[in-house]
Write a protein of this length. Sequence first.
Length: 145
Amino acid sequence: MKRYLILIPLGLSLLTTGCASTGKATLLGAGIGTAVGAGAGLAAYSGKKGQFTARNVIVGGALGGILGAGAGFVAQAMVEKGEREGYEKGKAESGKSNGVAANLGKPTLIPAKVESRFVDDQVRGNVFVPAHVEYYIVEPARWGR
C-alpha cells in the first residue's frame, strides 16, 4: 500500500512536466482534481477491512486529475479566445480612424500636477496621528490642444 502512495506524487510529477507548453490553468485543474478525487476515493466504501482504500484513493486521484486537467484546459482556452477576440476587435477599431485627423477638433485634458509629502507621527492635542503621506495639487488639471 505504501508503494502505491509513493507512486501518486511520482505520477503527478511526470504528468505535469511532460509538456513545456501546458498552461497554468491546466496544471492547477489537474492538481485540484487529483486532491478532490483522492479525497473522494478515501471517503468511498473501502470494504469490510479497508482492503480497497489504496485502490480507491489511486483511482479517485487519477480520475479527478484527468477531469480537472480537462476543465482547466477548457477554461484557459476560453480565456485566451476572449483575449484574442478583444485584441482583434480593438485592432480593427483603431484602424478605422486616423489618429492625427481624429484629434484635430478635440481638446485634450492635461492632468493635474501632484506632489506627495511624507508626514511623521504627530500628536495634535489629544489625538495621535500616525505617519502618512499627504498629496498636494500643485497645478490643477486643464484643457489643452
